[in-house]
Design a protein around this ligand. Structure first.
Ligand code: ATP
Length: 306
């Protein structure tokens, strides 16, 4: 029987380290970041559409409210680029089942684009290599290649030039979600404003962080978490400081604003600490929701076909 559709599971990410260089003349910042894929997933279904319908996009799931379903959606853009690049003549219908927070600093939109690229490669039997898939992803956004790769990786340039990181162990995360997102460009703009007049070094890898990952040492990893965008995210959303305080008080090994925020990620030692912190955060009144996730996990991969 021919396949008429595929379901691709794609992970969200946390940035364990994010070093942000000065603003370039082209308006971007050079980055060195360490990504970890975590077990909070969107499921992207890609199937043949009825003839003449073009690209159709639908969304469901706990975080789908307000996600644009037009050509501004990164999943739509991914389908469009694949159709043009490979001169595909069939129409496609895409369904996003979203659990990754929107505008939460967890690269949900990029994950969906990664899912569409991998899904269309599979559905149309294009036989592209991981490198080719990631190169197409990089044309859509700097976090897309990591959505395809998963695991733990260093991203350089704009975050899109990936190298896998030698990492041992698995890590437990408690994530404090906000009820409204933060726009990534506005967080970078705030970072530039806070740095005005300072001389900013080129971004660099965090050696303590990489050493902790090599050793699989959660305690050291907790101490080494770092994010140059954290002050900017907290400046725009002062309540994040209260959220970070709850984690410190309840014994998290480390806490960090993920990417441009406002999701805050807490690294915890074990199940008991995860439960304590989940209860404390839920009753604190300063978060929009709490979810737990483990990492690292796989990148975009097919979980079923029909
Ligand atoms: P990053 O961590 O890569 O900066 P983010 O996780 O903060 O991204 P996204 O969830 O990717 O942010 O969404 C940012 C904005 O992009 C949303 O406010 C939404 O309007 C738009 N968007 C486009 N495509 C998608 C998608 N597939 N899912 C969610 N948002 C999308």
């Amino acid at each position: 029987m021919n396949t008429s559709g595929v379901v691709i599971r794609v992970p969200g990410k946390v940035n364990l380290g994010l070093s942000v260089g000065p603003l370039d003349s082209d308006g971007y910042h050079e980055l060195v970041t360490v990504f970890q894929a975590i077990s909070l997933f969107d499921d992207v279904t890609v199937q043949y559409g009825a003839e003449g319908t073009g690209i159709i996009l639908e969304a469901s799931g706990s975080t789908s409210a307000g996600v644009p379903l037009d050509s501004s959606n990164l999943a739509y853009k991914a389908a469009d680029i694949m159709i043009r690049r490979f001169q595909l003549t069939s129409d496609v219908s895409i369904h996003l089942k979203k659990e990754i927070p929107v505008a939460g600093g967890m690269a949900g939109g990029s994950a969906d684009a990664a899912g569409v690229i991998v899904g269309m490669d599979s559905l149309f039997e294009l036989g592209l290599s991981r490198d080719e898939l990631q190169r197409i992803g990089a044309e859509l956004g700097s976090d897309v290649p990591f959505g395809i790769a998963g695991g733990t990786a260093i991203g350089r340039g704009r975050g899109d030039q990936l190298t896998p990181v030698l990492a041992q162990g698995t890590y437990q995360w408690v994530l404090a979600l906000s009820s409204s997102g933060l726009s990534t460009p506005s967080v970078y703009a705030e970072c530039d404003r806070l740095r005005e007049g300072l001389s900013i070094a080129r971004p660099s890898a965090n050696d303590a962080l990489l050493q902790a990952l090599r050793a699989g040492d959660a305690k050291e990893l907790g101490k080494a978490l770092s994010n140059d965008l954290q002050s900017a995210a907290c400046s725009l959303r002062p309540a994040l400081r209260l959220v970070l305080d709850v984690g410190r008080e309840y014994g998290a090994l480390g806490c960090i604003v993920s990417g441009s925020g406002p999701t805050v990620a807490f690294l915890v030692e074990d199940e008991e600490k995860a439960l304590d912190l989940t209860v404390a955060l839920s009753s604190s009144g300063v978060v929009g929701g709490v979810v737990r996730a483990g990492g690292p996990t796989h990148g975009a991969r097919r979980i079923s076909s029909f």
